[in-house]
Write a protein that binds this ligand. Structure first.
Ligand code: SF4
Length: 397
């Protein structure tokens, strides 16, 4: 079958230098995996559509998040924003609210910015070329390859953690798969394995990519590869060498960093508080750059540092700071100790709306904070503050 040309897609190099099957053996491996996928694939809602918008949403949600967690979020999200145009014109608050609980909120912000670009530059349709897809906010090589191959059958191989593990084991390639040199080899390997000719829907690049991901997610799992059930076991070098549990090599752990953050729950007599949305705030990783209580990174003397921060950034003189129970969070390699303080004020500082753009501070009833698009850390502080209110102050009920 003649090869169709796709802008931005080049043929892989150096197939012979990779420790993976070629020629007839490769075609056999492809047949085994594709027919297994055809029979055993999980029925997932994004597999029942070729709509690039829905495939894109699912791929973004699935980054660093398990399928079981994603399923209810996906259903709600596409029901609320059924098209690129609906997502593009939605209020950012509504998008973040629909995302709340999935974490990594920059993904939701980028999704919406990308949707707006798709409407502006591509007439509301996810672009078909790698170059245009990569130009969208938040769309990297993996997401672009996944959407283009599954929705449009563009011959691009995906490489994520699951696929990298399968490839490393198939070729008995040792080392940490996230090391750039090995990752490049694996990218090359992924492209070499991709079926170049179509055998109907079952043999398309999209089906192949999904089959590789499915194998990594359900059979060739990190700690307990089920080699006895693996459709490509007879091609696997790691299994032949008894190395399936040693490959891929462990990633060296980054040393943990301890961080302390003091946060202020300002409270006026009507039990309203102030939330801010700083551009580059303290604890971005913890608060996901969503609405948060004013916070500052502190060493020893947290209360004094917080008072200075409130004076400098908001013009608030805190007459009283009541310490609430500390909370601990771990965000990747950061171990965060959160030190919340309840700060009663007669009047909250003015909510700010910069001339251009959305507000970066707002007043809200303390009891309503849990319903806002905030990170779990902010909701935890709000709950502690609610409990502390009755104990610490004699505000009317
Ligand atoms: Fe993974 Fe085992 Fe299959 Fe090799 S044989 S690809 S290690 S599940």
């Amino acid at each position: 079958m003649a090869q169709r040309k796709y802008p931005g897609v080049t043929r892989p190099r150096s197939a012979r230098r990779l420790p993976l099957p070629v020629g007839a053996q490769l075609r056999q491996l492809q047949r085994h995996l594709l027919s297994w996928f055809d029979r055993r694939k999980r029925a997932l809602p994004w597999r029942a559509t070729r709509d690039p918008y829905r495939i894109w949403i699912s791929e973004v949600m699935l980054q660093q998040t398990r399928v079981a967690t994603v399923l209810p979020f996906y259903e709600r999200f596409v029901a609320r924003f059924p098209t690129v145009r609906a997502l593009a014109r939605a209020q950012q608050e509504a998008v973040l609210e629909a995302w709340a609980g999935l974490g990594y909120y920059s993904r939701a912000r980028n999704l919406q910015r990308a949707a707006q670009e798709i409407v502006r530059k591509h007439r509301g349709r996810f672009p078909r070329t790698l170059e245009d897809a990569l130009a969208l906010p938040g769309v990297g090589r993996y997401t672009a390859a996944a959407v283009l191959s599954i929705a449009y059958n563009v011959p691009l191989a995906v490489l994520d953690g699951n696929v990298a593990r399968v490839l490393a084991r198939l070729g008995a390639m040792r080392g940490d798969v996230r090391q750039p040199a090995l990752w490049r080899r694996l990218q090359s390997a992924a492209e070499n394995l991709l079926p170049r000719t179509s055998r109907g829907a079952a043999g398309t690049p999209g089906a192949w990519n999904q089959a590789m991901m499915e194998l990594g997610a359900t059979v060739c799992t990190p700690r307990a590869p089920a080699c006895g059930e693996c459709p490509v076991a007879s091609f696997c070098r790691a299994r032949a060498l008894g190395l399936q549990h040693q490959i891929p090599g462990k990633r060296p752990k980054r040393a943990p960093v301890d961080v302390q953050l003091a946060a202020a729950v300002l409270l006026d007599p009507l039990r309203r508080t102030l939330l801010v949305q700083p551009k580059d705030g303290a604890g971005d990783a913890l608060f996901s750059r969503m609405w948060q209580f004013p916070a500052v990174e502190v060493g020893s003397g947290a209360e004094g540092a917080l008072r200075r921060h409130l004076r400098r950034s908001l013009g608030v003189e805190a007459a009283e700071c009541v310490a609430l129970p500390a909370a601990r969070h771990t965000v990747t390699f950061r171990r965060v100790t959160l030190l919340p303080f309840l700060v009663p004020v007669d009047k909250l500082p003015q909510a700010r709306r910069p001339r251009a753009g959305p507000a970066d501070s707002t007043h809200i009833a303390l009891a309503d904070v849990e319903r806002w698009p905030t990170s779990s850390a902010t909701r935890k502080i709000a709950r502690a503050a609610m409990r502390g209110v009755q104990a610490a102050f004699r505000f009317p009920h």
